[in-house]
Design a protein around this ligand. Sequence first.
Ligand code: NCD
Length: 322
Amino acid sequence: MTSNAHLPFGDQRSAPFYGSDILSVKQFDQQSLDYTFGVAHEMREMVSRVGSFDLLKGKILANLFYEPSTRTSSSFLAAMERLGGSVIAINEVHYSSVSKGESLPDTIRSLECYADVVVLRHPEVGASAMAAEYATKPLINAGDGVGEHPTQALLDLFTIREELGGVDGLTVTMVGDLKYGRTVHSLARLLTNYDVSINYVSPDILRMPTEVTEEVAAKGVSQSEHDALDSVLGDTDVLYVTRVQKERFDDLDAYESVRGAYTVTPETMDKAKERMIVMHPLPRVGEIDPAVDTDARAAYFRQMEYGLYVRMALLAMVLGKA
Ligand code: NCD
């Protein structure tokens, strides 16, 4: 054990994920989750005490987004800057050499000449894993099409822990677009590290993929599918609402037929437990009535803030400073 082992931060290169890519929630187990959330909790305290500090001074993040993003891109940017590092932000790939036809491997190999860590969002499933094969620096998956969104699932779980005090014993109800929503694919998988029950509420054409339900079942977690939210609302501790992912539909008539399938309103909240939370990865496009925002159980804006701390923790971990 090194002399700085008792300090919250410092050079801790034997800690989980030092020098590693973060591509899937499947890389996390109970122990590494506890470690990550411990660091995220320290980050929360440090931000509230001092705002920014120089843990990653001199380090550079390349933030490469081939799909739209508000929260994920800006929270990684804010996370790096609050840790004293800096950011090469490429949010408009149209203005980069991607528009000249440059391949993803070449773009990644270029950026890592300048940066110490790369965050990548891309419309194709598996793009991050493929890019990571070419990268020699840590690469973090910020969403690969309908595949995974591991950092979102980590911040979702951190939100549940901070808001409800733990995860074991909870009933988590995911509602909306479970087919194309990558956040729920990652969250369902990550929840298998805990003793939980999962309800999936969706229209028939937007069910959770069997690839995910089979993985969850193999871990012994109880799951059930429903058409109506009412049938499970009263037992729900975490109501995780998602947007119908319009951009993933080939057939816009099919999108129109399901877009308004579920809306959380103050009346929904009247039927929910007194101690529960409503989450949403955002953006919302009608699934949660703004009249719900003032309900203390509406956790979706706090959830964004938790994301900052989790992303600070992940950056510090992959760079060996957590
Ligand atoms: C989500 C995403 O991009 O998958 N947004 C986010 O990262 N907070 C959810 C969505 O776009 O609906």
